[in-house]
Write a protein that binds this ligand. Sequence first.
Ligand code: HSE
Length: 344
Amino acid sequence: MTWKLALAGCGNVGTALLEILHRKGAELATRHGFDCRVCLVTDPLRGVALNPEGLDLGTLLEKLRNGGTFNGLPEGLGSFESLLARSGANLFADATPTNLTTGEPGLTHLRVALSRGVHATTSSKGPLAVAAEELESLAKRHGALFRYEGAVMSGTPLVALIRENLAGCAVTKVEGILNGTTNYMLTRMEEGLSYGEALAEAQGKGYAEANPTADVEGWDAAVKVAILSRVVSGVALPVDRVDRTGISALTPEDLRTAKEEGRRIRLVATLIPDPESPVAKVAPERLPLDHPLASVRGATNAATLHTDHLGPITITGPGAGRTETGQALLTDLLAIARLTREEN
Ligand code: HSE
């Protein structure tokens, strides 16, 4: 079958997804049976590109590279719901920016898509922080698949590892470095930078959220732990139930002292997914050097999953980045195509 994709958000991540689809379209069709046309792209700054027969990705990407706009701005061309209906899309990718308080604009887009039975993926944590349960049940009610690999560890496949590869295995504990900004800052502070210098560098490299308080006070990692609770055990964990301490009180001196004592301070997110009373926290921890998370440096993320059948498994990889997160959306789209094929 031919998939018709709608994409919301044409910033770094959305553009990266379009680039991958353009570059690898033929390979995705032959190797993965994923024959996909992009029928709708909406972006608050670039406007709307719509063609139910499929847009020319080369032309679209050229416009994006040159800072150009599409046909017109979304508000001039109708609601997202009417655009989605006109596009005939049966797949939706949300690559809009994260807002942890409102979940918007991704939340509205996902509600619209899932209510129409359109399978959806998002790379944004916002909609999940605000309404994960509602979106999951909306998807179920309308026979749509809803995936969000990119919300935790970007394209590093932690969510798929837990859901698919470890199926049948109980995950009894998760320990993770889930925020790249703070891990980068701690690494640089160990090397002698002040807190402010390290934060400025992390912002300059594009790791930090628009409001870096979300990173340094542990909110970003707390949202990711809450998402993992749902993935690991299906238990909804409100973000405010995550016991949270950030890194803003740490000094380079704390990091040096830890080093002298053969330890390394890392902002560790811990989840013990007990169905009765799950334990979830984010806090700086003084890890011994032989701990699998102690050697994780820079903006890299990692998670150690403690399991009943396999013991501990550690996965390490990027936790942010344009192509990395574009890959997360792609892997979800391919999974949706595979799963719906298996159903039929
Ligand atoms: N600000 C986040 C981080 C981006 O530093 O990990 C990816 O979620």
